[in-house]
Design a protein around this ligand. Structure first.
Ligand code: 3PG
Length: 216
């Protein structure tokens, strides 16, 4: 099994991607520990802070078994920065051809944001199998996602934006959902407070919630 296959299996298995905004790279190791302690070996570190690339590298160094992706990747140059830091996958909020093409060139999995049939069509035309549905709540939530997915057999989705424990199951219950993204397991505030126990507990609770969902 390739590393990319293992990443896919991890996403299918746990159905969760914690979306991370980290302000201090010195928190990287403890954050990685908290997520792994909670039962998750995957995270998306967003390029919304200047230390994101460093944090990806440090999380990977301390927990080599973890899959750490780069999120909020807006430009092709950031793909190179993220991959150089060790990123296992790339996530972007929208569909940017430059970002997608650079990821394909480098052979790194890419999950672009798509909220319309046209954008999903772009992803299909590049041979991509998974897209991000963002911001999920504002674009109609599970009902819209289900309707969008219907004509795109074989495409799976990672809905993100406005998802927490109160509505997690409404997304994980959908067949088209590969995994759900969100900051609710490891929020910016909890990381800044170094609330590692709370992050592990929230992660564990989310895994249980996702695992006990009945698929519809
Ligand atoms: C993202 O970039 O995926 C989102 O900002 C995460 O959204 P959330 O904070 O509502 O979970």
């Amino acid at each position: 099994m390739t590393r990319n296959d293992s990443l896919y299996s991890t996403l299918i298995d746990k159905k969760l991607v914690p979306v991370i905004k980290i302000a201090d790279a010195d928190d990287s190791e403890a954050l990685a520990d908290a997520l792994v302690t909670g039962g998750l070996s995957v995270a998306e570190v967003t390029f919304r802070t200047s230390c994101a690339a460093e944090a990806i590298g440090r999380m990977k160094d301390s927990r080599p078994g973890m899959f750490v992706g780069a999120g909020t990747v807006l430009r092709a140059a950031q793909v190179d920065e993220a991959v150089h830091a060790g990123a296992d996958f790339i996530v972007s909020p929208g569909f940017d051809r430059g970002v997608v093409e650079r990821c394909i060139e480098l052979g790194v999995p890419v999950v672009p944001g798509c909220v319309t049939p046209t954008e999903i069509g772009y992803a299909v035309s590049y041979g991509l199998g998974t897209v991000k549905f963002f911001p999920a709540s504002q674009f109609g939530g599970p009902a819209t996602l289900k309707a969008l997915a219907a004509p795109f057999a074989g495409i799976s989705f990672i809905p993100t934006g406005g998802i927490d424990m109160s509505n997690l199951r409404s997304y994980t219950s959908l067949q088209c959902v590969l995994a759900v993204g969100g900051s609710f397991m490891a929020s910016e505030k909890l990381i800044a407070q170094k609330a590692w126990g709370e992050i592990a507990a929230r992660t564990r609770a989310a895994i249980t919630e996702a695992a006990t969902t009945v698929r519809i």
